[in-house]
Write a protein that binds this ligand. Structure first.
Ligand code: MRU
Length: 354
């Protein structure tokens, strides 16, 4: 697609480093309040990830490695062995904050492995290496998002796009994954219209996707989750694009609860269903979706709304944060290295050592 009216959109500074100060946008406050909070301890970073102040698979990976950076900078370790042991403890602690998104453990392992591969006994050099690797990850994610957007743009032209949850700038350090094609299209002056599913119970679609797309000047319409069937049946949606928290080696997709329903609807109404991911979201050690751990969150997310009870006291609740969409429902994966069509086991395996 050619540029007709380029409109550069600056990426959202979801996580930022200024000197030694690490700040994040507190996403629990959006869209009514845009507030940055300073994270000064590993415990605060874990809490921020667990409580969804920062969320989205790539963003929590990046946040966690900045947590590792805090651990390194505040350490009083006098030897290489001592520092690496502390980093391992901090890494395990941060990785345990949310179980489903594989980007979290992937990012922590990558930084730890690279730092421990440094051939030095100088603790200060190792501490600097943690910072260097965290910044590298942040920068790479920015570029990966753009490449996903460029690979996805031709798939979305000529109609509306429906997305679920938030896989945008707030979930990454760049343009997002699922929202990246929309941002790139918008940048190039190509008209885009997005339906954002509200995403019960925590409303990432209604609160966050709508916020960031509107901020960028992209046309967005919020729908309740139970309206997806109606919208997809009308024929004006060109594609569904979602992100993912983990993709198994066979192409099964773990993403925000409700994604499976949207995928089934897309197939029913003949709408392509795309999953936009960085390669770091593929877990080659997990062969099928059924083996992906699914986070279950607090009952209170379902029993109350805006701090008001909406169920009888003591109601039994089932609150999985993610579901598994079988690979058979996925039209293609949009990655930073291009679009991957079935058979996915073979197509994804080609990236195993990328
Ligand atoms: O619970 P959340 O808000 O962290 O869930 C986020 C999602 O499900 C996203 O779709 C996924 O992490 C991809 S973000 C690029």
């Amino acid at each position: 697609m050619e540029a007709s009216n380029p409109t550069p959109v600056p990426p959202i500074p979801t996580i930022a480093l200024d000197d030694d100060e690490i700040t994040i946008i507190d996403q629990t406050l959006l869209p009514t309040e845009e507030r940055r909070i300073i994270i000064t301890t590993v415990e605060e970073m874990r809490e921020a990830i667990q409580s969804l102040r920062i969320r989205g698979a790539p963003a929590i990976g990046i946040a966690a490695v900045f947590g590792l950076d805090i651990a390194a900078r505040t350490s009083v370790a006098l030897s290489r062995a001592e520092l690496l042991r502390e980093l391992k403890i901090a890494s395990d602690y941060l990785a345990a904050s949310r179980p489903t998104a594989v980007n979290l453990s992937w990012a922590l392992r990558r930084v730890y492995d690279r730092v421990s591969a440094e051939q030095t006994d100088d603790v200060a050099v190792l501490v600097q290496a943690v910072r260097r690797e965290a910044l590298a990850l942040l920068q790479e994610d920015l570029e990966i998002c753009r490449r996903i957007g460029e690979h996805g743009i031709d798939l979305i032209s000529g109609g509306s796009v429906l997305t679920h949850c938030n896989a945008g700038g707030l979930a990454t350090s760049g343009y997002g994954t699922a929202l990246a094609p929309m941002y790139v299209a918008h940048e190039r002056g190509v008209p885009v219209h997005v339906y954002a599913g509200e995403t019960r119970p925590l409303l990432q679609g209604a609160r966050l996707t709508s916020w960031e797309l509107a901020r960028a000047g992209i046309d967005v319409t919020v729908i309740a989750d139970n309206m997806a069937a109606t919208v997809l049946s009308r024929g004006d949606v060109k594609a569904v694009i979602v992100g993912a928290d983990r993709v198994a080696a066979n192409g099964d997709v773990a993403n925000k609860i409700g994604t499976l329903g949207v995928a089934i609807l897309a197939k029913t109404f003949g709408v392509p269903f795309y999953v936009a991911i960085p390669l770091s979201t593929i877990d080659f050690d997990t062969s099928i979706g059924a083996d992906i751990p699914i986070e279950e969150r607090l009952d209170s997310e379902l029993t109350s709304f805006n701090n008001r009870p909406i169920t009888p006291v003591g109601m039994d609740v089932y609150n999985p944060a993610f579901d598994i969409t079988p690979a058979a429902y996925v039209t293609a994966f949009i990655t930073e290295h291009g679009v991957v069509y079935p058979p996915f086991a073979k197509g994804l395996a080609a990236f195993r050592d990328a």
